[in-house]
Structures are given as C-alpha cells and as structure tokens.
Design a protein around this ligand. Sequence first.
Ligand code: AQP
Length: 339
Amino acid sequence: MSSDDGQDVPATRESPIRPRAFSGIQPTGTVHLGNYLGALRNWVDLQDTTDGVYCVVDLHALSVPREPGEVRQATIEAVKDLLAIGIDPDRSILFVQSHVREHTELTWHMQCVAAFGELRRMTQFKDKSESNDFVSAGLFTYPTLQAADILLYDTDIVPVGDDQRQHVEFTRDLAIRFNNRYGDVLVVPEHRIPEAGARVMDLQNPGGKMSKSADSPQGTVLLTDSEADITRKFKRAVTDNDAEVRFDPERKPGVSNLLTILAVATDGDPVQLASGYSQYGPLKADATQAILELLRPIQKRRAELDDPEVVQLLARGADKARAVAVPVMDRVRAAVNLL
Ligand code: AQP
C-alpha cells in the first residue's frame, strides 16, 4: 500500500492517507537547543507531510525519584515549549502520556517480549544508572514503555535525535518479535534522525551531548534563556588552543559543535561555513546571533500562553489520542487472546 508521497504504509492501518509520525519529550526541565535542533524542529516540519502524534512523556520522568507534583507543572511547561516552537494542536495530536492508560497496558506486553540482556545493553541505561544513586526498575525497563508509546499509534516515522537511535531500533525488534508470536498486529516504525544537529554537544563539555541534566547549566542553551544568558554561554563555549576553524568533530569537538549549531540555524553547511572564519570570536558571535534570531519568535509565542488554555487543549488532545490508541490496544488484546 502506498501513501500520497509514495511512502509505503503498513497494511494494519485503516484507510491510511498519510504516514503517521510519533515522538515524545520528557518533562524533566526546559527544552534546550539540542532537543530543538535534534528532534523538535523535525516534528514541526513533519506536520506538512504526516499525521503527527506528539506526547509529553510524564511517566518516563518518574524513572528517577521526583517530588509529588513536580512533574505536573513541568508537563505544562513542556507543552508550552511545544506550542511555541510550532506544534499545532489542530493539525497534530498533542497530549500527555499518562492521560492515555493504554500506554502502560501495552508496556507489559512489550516487557514480555523484551529480553533482559537487551535491556541491559541499552547505552542510555548504562549512562544513567552510573550517574544515579537509586536505579529504579523503571529506568531499566524505560525502553519498553517507549516502545509501547510508539507502537500504540501505528507509527510509521519516529523523529528523534541520535541518542534515541538504539531505543527506536529496539522498538522495531519488539514489534517484529510480537508479530512473529501473535500475527501481523503492530506496525514496524522507522526512525527519522536529521543529518545535521542529531547530536548537539554541551558547550562546556563538547565530549558529551547537551542535556537537561548536565552538570553545569552553562553548557546548555535553554529555549527560554535571556539574550544575555545566550550571549554569555556562547562566549564562554569551550573550543581549543590551536585557533584553526575547521569542521572536525573528533579532533575539534567544541568548534565543530559551534559550526553545526550555526549551520542548522542558518540552513548552511558546517564545512563550508568553516572556511569563512579564521578566528573563534566571530564564529561564536555569529552562532549567538543566529540562535537569538531563531529563538526570538519562539519566546514571544511562549510568553502569550497561559496554563488553563494549555490544560484545556490537552484534554482535547487526550481524546484524539485515545481514538487512535484504543483500537490498537483492542487489536493487541485480541491477538494475545486471554480469557
Ligand atoms: N543534545 C541533543 N542533540 C540532539 N537531540 C537531542 N535530544 C536530546 N538531547 C539532544 C533529543 O530530544 C528529544 C527529546 O529528548 P528527551 O527529553 O525526551 O530525552 P533526553 O534524551 O533524556 O533529553 P535530555 O535533555 O538529555 O534530558 P535528560 O537530561 O533528562 O536525560 C529526543 O528525540 C532526543 O533524541
């Protein structure tokens, strides 16, 4: 079966018109430039060619200890970030994971086809379990909840950053294994990872990815940062001592990261951009200006949103999400065929 733009659409979807894209973000802090350049801008663009289903994955945020209510406000803030960057709740389904109970039900089925050894090999689990004192079973089984999130919507495309490549490949494996055991039930999705910006690095520690939970906030540019903060963070970005502007992520990770950020923000090419600079100062200044321009309209839209409006649209989003998820879960139950 083929969609409008010629892409193959799996047979399990009823009357597919366009491929379906699904992705999620954790409400674990303000969205940063890595999230935006690596994944979220793709969500916005895909609205033109796919049916988008976008989710704030609040249950994932509980895989590390949280105070009661902490995730509640963070969820509203994450939704505001998504609306501000251009996720349109009239064109896409925008909702909160815990509002659709089928996510946790399907997770159990995913856990029962996942192997312990596979979960133990997940690099994100290895990284996070090393840096946390308390390692929950939820952190260990996190990729099965993520697989359920994706598979519950008959997803064709999963736009994510490079750090999620392994989890999406695992999701594919689980869908195929489930289908082998129970019949042709689940759609097997593919990841969509951008060529440039798939792994935006920390400005202070360019050996590691920019992250909400970085040791120093100075290395992470938040979507809500002030002009002064953004300018300071880029000015202090770690480069190196040889003062040559060259795109070489292995030997020159800091400089290459700045070139990547500038390239993605201006639709340029990092290698070509490098030839226009002979010093780090002007590169940092241009990257700062490009990001300020990119974020200005986003920050303006974000300031206009209020909490009650967000809560209301999330209730509508949950209804629309359930309309897709419930029939898929019914299909899974029928295939597993319990009494
Ligand atoms: N540095 C990055 N470069 C490119 N893409 C990135 N993503 C995250 N960091 C980068 C992508 O953003 C999407 C949403 O991420 P998430 O919040 O659900 O997951 P995360 O990987 O846990 O993000 P953080 O910021 O690193 O959070 P913490 O510190 O809480 O672990 C995903 O598509 C991800 O690939």
